[in-house]
Ligand binder design. Structure first.
Ligand code: ATP
Ligand code: MG
Length: 180
């Protein structure tokens, strides 16, 4: 335990992982909170589905404090061309790395980043190095399933979303405003 007077501030690395719902939305909640304090936020989504996500539309209303980037060609595990996906993923990562290094934001969210190393599109060492070298005051949030032990070790905060119950299991389809 740290004694109260020893508590300090620092830019955190947070990871939201696990199979339960709430990883991306938890990070959006943090963005909302930071924006309320006039802090600049950058959200980079590494995997895009075919839905029209409410958060992308809402993000425009927070301009110019919030920048929202949906990267690549919407690569997924259902892809038809893995080489193109990999190139897009690397391009997206290069951009994210620059955003971290430039230090123009209070909070950078790398949504669904865990899938890149998981599917062999990016060496995990790249991510670990960028986190180790990040600007001291910057908060970085990474979301996605399959966070590795190395990523967990590198983080200050890790929350695993556990699925206890999900409406999908009882046949309720994804709903606008709740899932996307
Ligand atoms: P959200 O974006 O709602 O916070 P998430 O980021 O935790 O969810 P992802 O793994 O990124 O979840 O999955 C994206 C989509 O899959 C979302 O529409 C989400 O509601 C849905 N989903 C998440 N977890 C489950 C689950 N356990 N069963 C079925 N669908 C799920
Ligand atoms: Mg998500």
């Amino acid at each position: 335990m740290v004694h109260e007077k020893e508590h300090k501030t620092k830019g955190l690395v947070a990871v939201f992982t696990g199979n339960g719902k709430g990883k991306t939305t938890a990070s959006l909640g943090l963005a909302f909170r930071a924006l309320g304090h006039g802090q600049r936020v950058c959200i980079i989504q590494f995997i895009k589905g075919s839905w029209e996500y409410g958060e992308i539309v809402a993000a425009k209303k927070f301009s110019p404090l919030l920048d929202f980037h949906v990267m690549g060609r919407g690569f997924t595990w259902k892809s038809d061309d893995l080489e193109k996906d990999k190139a897009a993923a690397l391009e997206a990562w290069k951009f994210a790395k620059e955003v971290i290094e430039e230090n123009r934001y209070a909070l950078v969210i790398l949504d669904e980043l865990t899938y890149l190393p998981h599917y062999g599109m990016l060496a995990e060492e790249e991510i670990l190095t960028a986190l180790a070298d990040k600007p001291k005051g910057l908060h970085v949030v990474i979301t996605g399933r399959y966070a590795t032990q190395k990523l967990i070790d590198a983080a200050d905060l890790v929350t695993e979303m556990t699925e206890v119950k999900h409406p999908f299991k009882s046949g309720v389809k994804a709903q606008k405003g709740f899932e996307f």
